[in-house]
Design a protein around this ligand. Structure first.
Ligand code: UQ1
Length: 449
């Protein structure tokens, strides 16, 4: 038994209770059973683990995730702008999960939803079913991985990211965000290119934040005249919500930043980036600094499984229940819900999911509806920011009774100081249902901006 536990590197705080889960250990691997199986300890996974740790008995929840650390990803931009140290962006994964869950440090490899079992890389299996009881079992998958890091698609990009001397970096992976700061602070002049893909990426706000901060950095250094800044996005607009797109276009033009839409990064060479225009014609641009938002996708084990539709976990966009397998729910980055993939979205989804899953566990139909809420606090300089909040239909849904698309100092400080605290203390602990209550309190009449 000790050897088995050692092999799995199970969270130490729960090892005394693990024998409840380990139902057999045979030559083809160990078998575990649980009531709630969570795949991925991201924002959604941790939040749901905490929410159900208050409802289920000890040892009824299993989390599969091989990661050593949990990252607060919005902080990567601040690391890349020299505002915060990298260490503040992460905590050991085991420390941000409830002590009563069983953390299996392994990779989910094969989903078999017909038999309610997930096989892991080690060959061990987790059955999310207790025979003879009717509450069934639920899994959530919570991850969106940066393709270029694990499965390079853009020729030349991965070697450039890995070359410590190249000025190519990304804030979308912990490995490279500190490199962004050294590339920005080292560049003395020339072309600074920032990219965003047409499909398959988290919120586009982060890719712009770092650009506005770089712009401000060069202004402060009195070097802005020596730098050309360009934002090339494969999307049709700078931001998905028209109200904020208009504001961001104004900010970009005021700062002398060129914005090109429908311009997709196709290749990286040592001093040039190749883009495809809408008709597929290559455009070759020189760069002295290249910040890339690599295309992202759910991991292949999910994409190739019966749970996926076009690569993503196929859930109802409102109830978050799987369309076919009703004992499966999903939230976070891996689902095919058409919301912006942000921490704020996952936090709100975790509330809806908790309500619906609780109803399912009681044998009732889920009735709560996720409205697509997402938020992005966009730093626009070292003193200002805007706060985008919106729903599925691209309709703004602002918390404050004033226009949040205007640059304000308040949003800079909230992003720098308040949101990290909200995240670590409330959101991942399943104690934050979104800003709805706050909105009703400070803007009771729902005044339109
Ligand atoms: C939010 O709810 C959230 O989730 C925890 C974030 O991630 C840290 C955010 O960045 C934002 C902006 C929100 C929305 C919260 C308020 C108070 C408007």
């Amino acid at each position: 038994m000790a050897a088995v536990l050692h092999k799995l590197n199970i969270c130490k705080s729960i090892t005394s209770r693990i024998d409840v889960r380990l139902v057999s250990s045979v030559h083809c691997g160990n078998k575990y059973k649980c009531k709630l199986l969570i795949i991925g300890g991201g924002t959604g996974g941790c939040s749901v683990a905490w929410r159900f740790s208050r409802k289920l008995k000890d040892n009824e929840i299993c989390v599969i995730d091989p990661a050593e650390f949990h990252y607060y990803q919005p902080l990567f931009t601040m690391v890349a702008a020299g505002i915060k140290p990298f260490e503040q962006s992460r905590r050991p994964l085991a420390s941000v999960l409830p002590p009563t869950v069983c953390l299996l440090k392994d990779y989910a490899q094969e989903f078999d939803p017909c038999n309610s079992v997930v096989r892991m890389k080690s060959g061990d299996r987790v059955y999310y079913d207790f025979p003879g009881r009717c509450y069934g079992v639920y899994i959530l998958v919570d991850t969106l991985y940066v393709q270029e890091v694990y499965n390079p698609q853009i020729p030349g990009l991965k070697p450039a990211l890995d070359d410590p001397c190249s000025p190519v970096s990304t804030i979308y992976a912990p490995e490279y965000c500190a490199k962004t700061w050294s590339a920005i602070s080292r560049m003395k002049g020339g072309h600074a290119l920032f990219t965003f893909p047409g499909a398959g990426a988290k919120c586009s706000g982060a890719s712009q934040k770092i650009m506005y901060l770089a712009d401000d950095y060069y202004r402060k250094k009195k070097a802005r005249d020596l730098v050309n800044i360009t934002y090339n996005t494969g999307s049709e607009a700078i931001f998905g919500v028209p109200k904020y797109a208009a504001a961001l276009n104004r900010i970009a033009s005021k700062r002398n930043i060129a914005v090109n839409c429908c311009c997709e990064l196709a290749e990286v060479t040592s001093h040039h980036a190749v883009f495809n225009d809408p008709s597929g014609v290559p455009i070759v641009l020189p760069f002295n600094l290249l910040h890339v938002t690599p295309p992202m996708s759910p991991p292949p084990c999910l994409a190739c499984s019966p749970l996926a539709e076009a690569g993503y976990l196929d859930v109802d966009p409102f109830t978050l229940r799987h369309k076919q397998f009703h004992n499966v729910y999903g939230l976070g980055d891996c689902t095919n819900t058409p919301n912006s993939k942000t921490a704020a979205a996952a936090a709100r989804q975790s509330y809806v999911l908790e309500q619906n899953l609780t109803q399912s566990m009681a044998g009732r139909e889920p009735t709560h509806k996720y409205d697509g809420y997402g938020a992005c606090a966009l730093l626009t300089s070292y003193r200002t920011g805007i706060l985008a909040e919106f729903l599925y239909d691209k309709r703004p849904c602002e918390t404050f009774p004033f226009d949040q698309s205007k640059e304000r100092k308040l949003f800079y400080y909230m992003n720098r100081d308040h949101f990290p605290r909200l995240y670590w203390n409330k959101a991942i602990k399943g104690k934050w249902d979104g800003p709805g209550k706050l909105r009703r309190f400070i803007n009771p009449l729902g005044k339109k901006k």
